[in-house]
Design a protein around this ligand. Sequence first.
Ligand code: XMP
Length: 512
Amino acid sequence: RLLIIDFGSQVTQLIARRLRELSVYCEIHPYQSVDDAFLADFAPKAVILSGGPDSVTREGSPRAPQSLFDLGMPVLGICYGQQTMMTQLGGKVVSGEGTAEFGRAYVTPEGSLDLLEGWFEDDKEQVWMSHGDHVSEIAPGFEVFGTSPNAPFAITADVSRQFYAVQFHPEVHHTPNGSKLYENFIKLAGFTGDWTMGAYREQAIEAIRQQVGDKKVICALSGGVDSSVAAALLHEAIGSQLTCVFVDHGLLRLNEAEEVLSMFRDHMNLQVIHAEEQELFLGELEGQSDPETKRKIIGKLFIDVFQKYANEIEGAEFLAQGTLYPDVIESVSFSGGPSVTIKSHHNVGGLPEKMGLKLVEPLRELFKDEVRALGVELGLPASFIGRHPFPGPGLAIRCPGEITREKLEILRKADAVYIDQIRKHGLYDEIWQAFVAILPVRTVGVMGDGRTYDYACALRAVTSVDGMTADYYPFSHEFLGETATRIINEVQGINRVTYDITSKPPGTIEWE
Ligand code: XMP
């Protein structure tokens, strides 16, 4: 196995992800916990030193254990990892004016190196730099294999000892062929690449059992991919020690509650409490038209309801959440690791603190597509795993202004027709998220020989990678025309259909 020593870079998890893509098993450990005894016990086959926010020129800044360099194994240092490696092996690093380099840069090769095999397609390669300091003198035994305008030692290596050092970040998207370096590194370290998502599942199950022991766990199941995969994984790990609560706020899509319950109760055999609180939510929302007020009401009630049901489960000590790695990196530093906090975390409204529960977050090392792969591995149907995201406040934010039962019913039907159209035309998987919003206006129409005065609706469909930015989906006019006709014919209460072509930014994906 491979050891990644984490010096606190925001992208350390991406290194792990690149290695998983290459079917290599690795573990990330913060530098504070890696000492000689740890190394002896872990017995890595190779080590990667991550980037980090500190400066090696600062006294007391993080270091790798010196013994690492005497163990005779391949070591790859990245950014800060490169700099501490140089310093520890007798080179020099300087900071100050003229040493920084942020963003895109181009590296030019010098000589040939096994780590770089097949990497340089032209005489230079695009890389992503993010460093304040740079190496001014390489350590004895090292040679230069690549330079960039601001980093004369962009790629160096001590070939005889299999020590490699790069100033840039091969793991990020903006180093387009960076995976090739990892591929070469694991090959020269002797990995065969036989690790799979199945193996990850076994490990994750073992880790849950270790953490939870014989205690009980509760989980808020929303039917979304993250909470579903987390619940399925926990169920496999601890079986009946897990109870899920499915909060039904009356703002779900057509047949959604039935589908989620049948999937988890009948198909997966989980214990799921159906918290039927539609009346409570819709009652409290009556007469409310301000978007923030609506969201706050739903958020608060969700916590109250979840707490009420959870209190009935005696002896629960843990709360499971489907937190993913991108949520972690945006909010808190990784596993008590050394990275800088970017934003304070707002996990389900501070539930764990309020209820005195400990957290189990079995997906916190994974990215969305890896969670999907794990879900399939756990036996969740691919169609379920591939569903579009659905927001916590549900249809409330797709019904601008005041919510009424009538509007919700119309919205559910229109949404079902729209999604059916998208599926029939084979477009579902190309679209990141699609839904109907019912507008708070009635418009005049003519149907048959009569005048109608019904609601207008807006169709929304976007492409996106992570929901942070999005563009509207370019449906054909035929598709839009056919869908509008179907909705007006099949859904009583709607007589006008529009298509929302706003991108994000400046718009948001949802209407509220
Ligand atoms: P916006 O509308 O902010 O949405 O562009 C981006 C993504 O987030 C989802 N979304 C939410 N998800 N609780 C959630 O769980 C929320 O309050 C919420 N608001 C928006 C939205 O569906 C889209 O995928």
